[in-house]
Design a protein around this ligand. Sequence first.
Ligand SMILES: [Zn+2]
Length: 352
Amino acid sequence: MSAPVRVLYLAGSGRSGSTLVTTLLGQYDGVLAAGELRYLWQRGELDNRPCGCGRPFRDCPVWSAVRRDVPVRDAAGIAARLRARLRMRGVPALLRRVRAGRRPVDQHPDDAVLTDLYASVARHAGATTVVDSSKLPPYGALLGALPGIDLRVLHVVRDPRATAFSWRRRRGLDGERDERLMSRPPVWKAALLWSVWNAVTVRLWAGDPDRYLRIRYEDLTADPAGVLARVTAFAGVDPQPGPFTGAGSDPDADPEAEPDPDAEADPGAVTVRMAPTHSVAGNPARHRTGPVPIRADDQWRAGLSRTSYAVVTALTLPWLRRFGYPSGRTDRTTTSGRRDTPVDTPTGHEEG
Ligand SMILES: [Zn+2]
């Protein structure tokens, strides 16, 4: 049997910046930013939605090679069975099983396909680390129990008031012109989901510092190089050259790439170079390439109503404190000295 594939699993709640983290990690040598592989069966195999490289899933060279390796006859069945095995109402039982030292999710013949999938993806991308931004903790628990997978968990946390606001914005699944909108739960539901998924992530993995690292979106946007240095060290990824070298002055830069107007509007932002990734089923922001300025999306500070702010704060209070977020409304972040006025950000890379 070949060596296990290292999977860096981005866990936590939706709209926490995992798309930005995934795309950034995809810029390092030996890393494949594979995107939300839990949704590969539906959105890739069945719907043939665009890969991060811009091609339809079945036309992407990486995924075409993987599909030849791991032929799938029943993508709809796999998608449905994964949904059934990983339902939210099964989470208490899953936690009980983990506490009792048992396998978190019952074995199933589909698991062999998953093992083959990750091995094939790593092989065809020449990667030692596959970044999976599926986020849902039960799926990460299922992966961690598979024999061919060496799981590391990167827990990405964002202020729940920001995630609740982000959930309310209209956004097409594959970009502005896409009519299929990402789901828009009410703020109370977004707050509960934030609490549940973050709490489950902590319960499942935080006790093992060799396999678990937590970062905050706000720290990442304040100090991208510093936070990514921690993440690459944790994941065993070579930190050089990475996305920070040659940003804006790279002689190999795509001559077609337009200079980013946002970079000029915000000279304080760190600019990174984003090459296309082969990520499936993520936020539309994953298609963004070229020089990209990194900075916090703070629209929620002006856009979230007082009532919504109070509701989300009340529903998330214990975890809010644990992750170091203020309960009161502030005009400054606690993480950086950068200005914190609401700015219009068309980048959309806050989500994921
Ligand atoms: Zn691709």
